[in-house]
Design a protein around this ligand. Structure first.
Ligand SMILES: [Zn+2]
Length: 461
């Protein structure tokens, strides 16, 4: 028995067309005008609805031990929030436990991810680069983990030096992997953090004041030069500032292989939020931090013009009570991160498409297709095509809503986007041909998510 979706408007990264779609089992079997209903076919009416490919969020941190606590969403709550918000696949960062083999981290992540209800892959997060780690990289790639992240920030914790970066980039590239980087100058940040702490400056706003845009600009510039030196592409995660974006634009205009990601928070929220009274500013403490409001339109412009290729979330949720509060005595102890995996798709639609900043096809590209292509999941994920996984969002462009901690599916006691209006919402979401969300209600199966062994990353260039 197959299922027929009738009367909708199918939107991909390249095309918009009114057509019917037939799913057979887990795959898309047929796309065409006025497809006939076969005996026993289930029919989903989609008149007035867009059919989008399921969203792909390539930057999440579920159940991550970080800054003396563990991020609040695990693979279950995080992936339920994702799928209710139109995201059917995600890539979580599998972090090496310093001094231990990468393989042990992969094993631990496979254990945690059993609860996932959306499909998922891992990026390997390298925290300690040694000859033993280098020797393990080919076997990690063979397991379908084809992207590796390292840090130019978090001095004394995660930061590695330029020599190590060169070594990592060369070995990753040699084996068909893609290097990803957190690009902020950790030494500049460390200097400012220590200075503010010594001066007794405690409130949350000192977080963003200790992470100036210059620290991002410098690191973006440096990593681009290291990418040239090693002749490898570089993927910059969560680009946050207009200053960093200028460096990316400059490099792209010269033909250098740089790929930038941003997140909804760097398009929609600004650093004024750090000054909310009663320690509330802690809710938005993340790295990189939010920037002043004049950066936002420049980031949208970079996204609409293709200088920024993907929008992910960097979802890393911490409750205000008991977790963010760990930093009441010092901004430097506030766990970094916000919940947003469930909000990305809808925020980008409302504030991107709805406000005329993104075309429908560009929207699909940045939330689904480009990330799937870059990270070796295309066309299985991120597309609507015969033979692709039937991961689909049946989207009602007229439905209205509002982001709120009262209604979100995140396991988090606040929303960074509280009160923001939404126009256009997923009505139903299918994961490999099965309803995960039906008429706005989560109906997914426990543990339905499947590990995606990915092909080579970084091939879109
Ligand atoms: Zn992150």
């Amino acid at each position: 028995m197959s299922t027929l979706i009738k009367g909708g408007t199918i939107v991909t990264a390249g095309d918009i067309c009114a057509a019917d779609l037939r799913m057979d089992g887990e795959k898309i079997a047929e796309i065409g005008k006025d497809l006939p209903q076969k005996d026993g076919d289930a029919v989903i009416q989609a008149k007035g609805r867009y059919i989008f490919p399921g969203g792909v969020d390539v930057h999440t941190h579920f159940e991550l031990p970080f800054m003396g606590t563990i991020s609040a969403d695990d693979f279950k709550t995080g992936s339920i929030a994702a799928i209710c918000g139109g995201t059917t696949s995600f890539i979580d960062f599998c972090f090496q436990d310093k001094t231990k083999p990468l393989a042990e981290a992969v094993k631990a992540w496979h254990e945690k991810s059993k609860k996932a209800v959306a499909d998922f892959g891992y990026h390997m997060g390298i925290t300690d680069y040694t000859p033993a780690v280098a020797a393990e990289i080919p076997s990690i790639i063979k397991q379908g983990i084809t992207s590796f992240k390292f840090f130019m920030a978090y001095k004394g914790v995660l930061q590695i030096d330029d020599g190590q970066i060169i070594g990592i980039m060369e070995i990753i590239g040699k084996h068909g992997g893609l290097a990803m980087v957190h690009a902020e100058n950790g030494d500049m940040i460390d200097t400012l953090v220590k200075r503010f702490v010594a001066e007794g400056k405690q409130p949350p706003e000192y977080h963003w004041l200790s992470h100036p845009a210059l620290a991002e600009e410098e690191a973006v510039h440096r990593i681009i030069e290291l990418a040239r030196f090693t002749d490898q592409p570089i993927y910059i995660v969560h680009l946050s500032s207009a200053d960093g974006l200028e460096k990316v634009k400059e490099a792209m205009s010269r033909g250098y292989k740089v790929i930038a990601e941003t997140c909804p928070q760097y398009l929609l929220l600004s650093s004024d939020l750090y000054y909310k009274p009663n320690f509330e500013g802690a809710k938005w403490v993340m790295s990189p931090p939010l920037r002043p409001a004049d950066h936002l339109e420049k980031m949208w412009d970079g996204l609409s013009k293709g200088f920024i290729k993907t929008v992910a979330t960097d979802h890393c949720s911490f409750n205000f009570k008991g977790q963010k509060e760990m930093g009441r005595e010092s901004f430097a102890k506030i766990p970094n991160g916000i919940a947003s995996v469930g909000d990305r798709f809808n925020l980008l639609y409302t504030y991107g498409v709805g406000k005329g900043r993104l075309s429908l096809t560009r929207f699909v590209d940045v939330v689904a297709t480009a990330p799937a292509k870059l990270f070796g999941m295309y066309p299985q994920k991120g597309s609507i095509a015969v033979g692709a996984d039937a991961d689909l969002v049946i989207f009602d462009p007229e439905a209205g809503g509002e982001v709120s901690a009262k209604t979100h599916h995140h396991n988090c006691d606040y929303s960074a986007y509280e009160g923001m209006k939404l126009k256009g919402l997923p009505e139903s979401v299918l994961l490999r041909g099965k309803f995960a969300v039906r008429d706005g209600k989560y109906v997914g199966e426990q543990g339905a998510g499947r590990f995606i062994a990915r092909g080579p990353s970084g091939k879109m260039m």
